[in-house]
Design a protein around this ligand. Sequence first.
Ligand code: TEU
Length: 576
Amino acid sequence: MTDPGTRRSWWKEAVVYQIYPRSFNDSDGDGVGDIPGIIEKLDYLADLGVDVVWLTPVYESPDNDNGYDIADYRSIDERYGTMADWEELLAGLHERDIRLVMDLVVNHTSSEHEWFRRSRESKDSEYRDFYIWREGRRVDGEGGPRGPEGEAPPNDWESFFGGPAWSYDERTGEWYLHLFDVKQPDLNWENPAVREEIFEMMEWWLAKGIDGFRMDVINIISKPEGLPDGEDPNAVVHGADQYVNGPRVHEFLGEMYDRVFAGRDAMTVGEMVDLSVEEAPDYVGEDGDGMSMAFSFDHLRLDFGGNGRWSRGEWSLVELREVLSDWQDGLADDGWNSLHLNNHDQPRAVSRFGDDGEYRRESAKLLGTLTHTLRGTPYVYQGEELGMTNYPFESLDEVRDVDTLQNVATAKLDGRIETEEEALDLVRYRSRDNARTPMQWSAAENAGFTAGEPWIGVNPNYPRINAERARVDGDSVWHYYCDLIDLRSEHDVLVYGAYDLVLADHEEVWAYTRTLGDERALVVLNFADGRSRFEPPSSLDGAPSKLLLCNYEATASAVEPVELRPYEARVYRLTA
Ligand code: TEU
């Protein structure tokens, strides 16, 4: 096929499993997961059938943002093990035909990175321009938080984690930019020496045999000249309209491609802040930056309230279907989607889009069916294959995440949250820590995650929801995920087939077909916690059909009018 959308690639056919090492498996009893702990579970990954592991940061880090604050790019943090352990992990994965994608965090470093330590020493340091330093603005009286009397930050940008995106550094009397935490200064990509260092480091990891990179917030690395104040009151965070898809981003990524990726068959997935489907081909399309795919978040914003992420709104199937269908259509001929409802920054999807009570199993399977049968590469976040749920926070003392703590503090200051109960309510719904509780391996103490004291609370539902139990229960979410992964690898139509929406107006049922030549699949998903009627459209009349997968005991094998049960999911094969 010549159509770039159907051109074959290993990463289009792959299912990716995301490991958040801190919370995956602890081998030495210090309460923090580690690389030898992952090695112990390699057969678990192989049994599940995944093709790629994306490992979130394991580099040396003061861990202010759980490793997304890197102090040394070419090292393994001792909490996670040694470089020899990491090499053993890579070999163990490759032996099982599982590839490894590492996390690339190059919008910022830790403030403990040597570059920043030297940068802040003096204005003449050779590393000064590795970061973004500016003088403050003169104001009458108090300038606001984090600065001296009479000075305000250089502009009005806010941090993703709440509060100003600038901090004053007394040593040189200037401010540095940090779009995330105070301890995560933004690198200055305008400086060619910075780019050179990064490209060399990427080559160094590729030479070690890794198969690609997941690129943290990669579309915000280019900041506009003059760093103008934010203009859009609806920006994801104040100021983001100025640097999201910034002026030189494609130039920088093009340079990265030419320098690092040209001639290699690596997989790259760019995590994109506020990317629209119209802009996506510039990164992932035929004439784009050569990136394999992007993580977009339009569908994970549907339940934001009037005040953005840290306020609560309602999502509907109609909107979810519309947004994801737009992405399916938008990248149909040019580019490739990544399919994800979970990651380490999001609450658990079964609690968010499904039902983590009565229909936990059914709804977890339904959501898995969606991410494995749309067109794109599916991502499974650790524990998703068990139907792990949000955590029942009872006190803010249980929260570890800097994003949650700072945003809650900012919301309190602004008067958006008044009581502890309001804060907890939001934390239970939104906090990233919901996804960061330890992987539930068994009914043993601490869910079998650690022999010590876990760094964050274990979800109390572990005696019921755990891998050991799921593996001996033929009806578990785990077994269903194994079936989904097998199904996708057996049916090219589920990987490459074109997406077409069926029944565009139904409020509870999402149905679509996938078509590749003579091959056709039909997916029917009931998003309601009650029964919903599905009438197959006449366009599907007469085609012989066979049910391939269903999350309930199947009744009939052919496509026919049916009362779908709560959260019922069906995948059919249709033959012409
Ligand atoms: O997240 C990017 C990002 O935009 C997040 O701040 C997001 O707004 C929030 O997590 C809710 O989705 C990436 C990493 O995935 C995240 O873990 C890091 O904290 C962040 O970058 C900074 O490196």
